[in-house]
Design a protein around this ligand. Structure first.
Ligand code: SF4
Length: 131
């Protein structure tokens, strides 16, 4: 089983791998940009005329983001206490905003901590361990 913290344990990505994965990639910090937030419906087009810091402040207060990097204009989405992304369904382990998901998620694992590799964790394996 891959350990999300240890890149050497990640497996080479291949088609179909996601279908029985615990969505371990959705437990990594996700950095997004303003256009992502607009597509996700979290920032209104009209708000784009406001200073970006004000937008970040609002999103932080609403606990949608947990960090804002002003220099790079990147927002980090909030993670739940178990590390999961706020938008990951806790039962199905599927993204609740899949069609509107951020670019970072679309490009994974092509772009990421270890390009071409992912922290694949089989659902069946996790369920067996829980018994
Ligand atoms: S936005 Fe969706 S695909 Fe991206 S990390 Fe969150 S749950 Fe996963």
């Amino acid at each position: 089983m891959a350990d999300i913290e240890r890149l050497s344990t990640w497996v080479k990505y291949r088609n179909g791998l996601c279908s029985d994965c615990m969505a371990s990639c959705c437990a990594m910090p996700v950095e997004v940009k303003l256009p992502d937030l607009v597509r996700m419906g979290l920032v209104d087009e009209f708000e784009l005329e406001e200073p970006i810091k004000g937008i970040a402040k609002r999103l932080e207060k609403q606990r949608i983001i947990q960090h804002f990097n002003f220099k790079h204009g990147k927002f980090t989405l909030t993670q739940r206490t178990n590390g999961d992304c706020l938008f990951l369904d806790q039962e199905t382990r599927l993204c609740t905003i899949y069609d509107k998901r951020p670019n970072t998620c679309r490009r994974h694992p092509e772009v990421g901590p270890r390009p071409g590799y992912c922290a694949y964790t089989s659902k069946a394996h996790v369920l067996r361990r829980m018994k």
